[in-house]
Design a protein. Structure first.
Length: 389
């Protein structure tokens, strides 16, 4: 029934996705996106309320008492100029749905419509969370702090994410850690500026910064077990503005990523130690800032089993691809999985024959829209299976 309903909604799902695709908005600025979601939920007859500025929480209560399952879709876009060539491309210069959040939102709206039609069969409630600001600043924690996990209390959580490098019809799953903690760091080096012709009278923050960058390359290769996944990348280096003056300051920023709390803590400590000790050895001063973002995203075995069962029962899902390695990207769905058992799976949206194979965050990113009914069916079936098992 669910799969038939989802396939029958294909045109509507495509229409919703394309509407959303044209108007991408970034973190906590998703006003037009939020308004459209509210419009569709109103059309479907599903009650909702705002949460965390531009977020929305809708609730479908079943006829029978039971648990509450949370389904999440992130709704924000990225500050990327679209180069996909599709005729429904972004109408906002410099912004694009390059991570497929328009697909996630359309799939959850489709699942909402299906679940509302089936509410008499549900043992419990489905909480539909349309989350802002997944990219960068994070909207999950503000929604949790606003009470999204309560009234009724959530017992389990699920989310999907598009994967353009996986063929449409396939689902990706992974046991245990799925994504890393995507933390940021900043190093501010203060030296003594002066004329470039007299470096002996200066304390060069550029040279000091270069030494720190080089030393940072030893952290993963020499400070951690080779079997422990972690990443350190310096992604910006700003200093000076002319060719014959040594500046007073240099600023480095980057990302440090890991899959467990112990490595996360050790990475931060090592980054700070190297920066400060290197600066001291050069006679410079150093201020180090570490900004923890999301915790690692870890799937729960029992919730993975629910996703696996649903995928096996849908004719439109061809294969379940079990991933061996975690991604060092991050997703703040991890906050939900810290509080309740949860599972995060990838929805194949690629189609190599049609040239749909560009990765997420690419200006050429596209999806095979045949994936939309599959995503809607998966989300709806997961909710029904979890509540009624």
């Amino acid at each position: 029934m669910i799969e038939t309903m989802a396939q029958g909604m294909r045109e509507e799902l495509v229409e919703m996705r394309r509407k959303l695709h044209k108007t991408p908005e970034t973190a906590f600025q998703e006003y037009q996106t939020s308004a459209y979601i509210k419009q569709k939920l109103t059309e479907f007859g599903i009650p909702f309320q705002p949460c965390a500025k531009t977020g929305i929480v809708a609730l479908i209560e079943g006829e029978k008492q039971g648990k509450t399952v949370l389904l999440r879709a992130d709704i924000d876009g990225l500050p990327i100029q679209e180069e996909s060539g599709v005729d429904f491309a972004s109408e906002r210069e410099g912004f694009m749905h390059a991570c497929g959040h328009d697909v996630h939102t359309a799939c959850l709206l489709g699942a909402a419509k299906i679940l509302y039609a089936m509410r008499d069969e549900l043992h419990g409630a489905v909480k539909l969370v349309f989350q802002p600001a997944e990219e960068g600043v994070g909207g999950a924690l503000p929604m949790i702090e606003a009470g999204v996990m309560e009234q009724p209390r959530v017992d389990a959580a699920f989310a999907l994410h598009v994967e353009p490098l996986e063929e449409v019809g396939n689902i990706q799953l992974k046991q245990g850690p799925v994504m890393a903690s995507p933390d940021d760091f900043e190093v501010i080096i203060t030296g003594v500026g002066g004329h470039g012709a007299a470096p002996q009278n200066c304390v060069d923050p550029i040279l000091t910064g270069a030494m720190i960058v080089n030393a940072y390359q030893t952290i993963v290769s020499r400070c951690f077990d080779p079997m422990t996944p972690c990443v350190v990348s310096v992604c910006s280096f700003h200093a000076g503005n002319c060719t014959n003056a040594i500046p007073e300051t240099a600023i480095l920023t980057g990302t440090a990523r890991s899959l467990d709390p112990q490595t996360r803590t050790a990475l931060a400590a090592r980054l700070e130690h190297i920066a400060k000790s290197t600066a001291e050895s050069m006679g410079a001063k150093c201020a180090f800032k570490f900004k923890p973002l999301y915790p690692p995203l870890i799937n729960h075995d029992d919730m993975n089993a629910v996703v696996e069962q649903c995928a096996n029962e849908l004719d439109s899902v061809k294969n379940i691809v079990w991933l061996k390695e975690a991604s060092m990207a991050g997703d703040d769905f991890s906050y939900f999985c810290e509080r309740v058992p949860g599972a995060y799976f990838k929805l194949g949206v690629g189609n190599k024959k049609e040239g749909i194979h560009h990765p997420i965050h690419s200006p050429s990113f596209k999806v095979d829209e045949d994936a939309l009914p599959i995503g809607a069916a998966m989300m709806a079936k997961i909710a029904v299976t979890y509540l009624n098992r």
